[in-house]
Design a protein around this ligand. Structure first.
Ligand code: B1M
Length: 218
């Protein structure tokens, strides 16, 4: 019974069925997450079910079998479930895998890809602090100050702004030398990440989750 409920939560997260207002009446992630917690299912298991649904859609997206709207819907469903889990996070009963401070580098206003990465990472059990677009080094530094031990994620979509990533890496490491960085965005690649001293490069949201898990375990 519990297994069925958790499997349903995963499936509905993947398909982006947020609540019972969609598709006339049948329960969505919102109602089923609430039901599971009310029935005493451990919050960690509920979180795992949500994460599983999100990671399946992330994998499909990486393979070109799911698209931006699928990711957005899955993230919306995930958020509906996460809202019921928030009290357990706040009480410390459920632990986050880590914190990611993420932003689009200064000079750059593109945020669709960065938002997808943020959603997927959050949906994988990380705390995400999204600084938005056109983020200057000082803003990254102050976020690192407020979230000690966080990983910093930088996105860039322009060949004219990708070099600003190096400025951010240097500025943040100037104050917090241990800070680890993950970068992504259409014009960058692993060679560029190596060149600017970033710890990881990811081509897509699923890759970002994998690399973040690798960063915290290494
Ligand atoms: Co812009 N734009 N744009 N634009 N825009 C591009 C990027 C461009 C390739 C279009 C083109 O000419 N063919 C071109 C860049 C050329 C270059 O630098 N070589 C370009 C240009 C030139 C410009 C302007 C300069 C145009 C102008 O004003 N003359 C201007 C710059 C403004 C600025 O930033 N200062 C500009 C403006 C805009 C809009 C505001 C109109 C809009 C952005 C809206 C927004 O983001 N809110 C826009 C858009 C939509 C695009 C295109 C069409 C789509 C970008 C996008 O969202 N892709 C783009 C052309 C294209 O890609 N076909 C283009 C979908 C998204 C899901 O993919 O962002 O790559 P992407 O993210 C991926 C991965 O890269 C990765 O995961 C995501 C999901 O798979 N990823 C990460 C991204 N960040 C990551 C971080 C990670 C890990 C992975 O870890 C931290």
């Amino acid at each position: 019974m519990e297994q069925d409920l958790l499997a349903k939560i995963s499936e509905l997260t993947e398909t982006g069925k947020v609540d019972n207002k969609i598709n006339k009446g049948s329960d969505g992630v919102d109602e089923l997450t609430k039901q599971a917690l009310n029935e005493g299912v451990e919050p960690e298991k509920v979180l795992d079910a949500l994460v599983l649904g999100m990671s399946i859609v992330g994998e499909k997206f990486a393979q070109g079998k799911a698209f931006v709207p699928n990711m957005l819907l899955a993230a919306k469903a995930m958020n509906a479930g996460m809202a019921h889990l928030k009290p357990f996070f706040s009480s410390g009963q459920v632990k986050r895998k880590g914190s990611l401070v993420i932003g689009t580098v200064f000079g750059d206003l593109h945020d669709i890809g960065k938002n997808l990465v943020a959603m997927m990472v959050e949906g994988s059990g990380w705390e995400v602090i999204d600084l938005g677009v056109d983020v200057k080094p000082e803003k990254f530094i102050s976020a690192v100050e407020q979230h000690p031990g966080c990983v910093v994620g930088i996105s860039a979509l322009l060949t004219t702004t990708m070099n600003n990533m190096e400025t951010v890496v240097k500025a943040v490491r100037g104050k917090y030398p241990e800070t680890r960085f993950i970068i992504g965005g259409a014009p960058v690649n692993q060679d560029f990440a190596d060149k600017i001293g970033a710890d990881a490069y990811a081509p897509n949201p699923k890759g970002a989750v994998d690399k973040l898990n690798w960063i915290v375990s290494s």
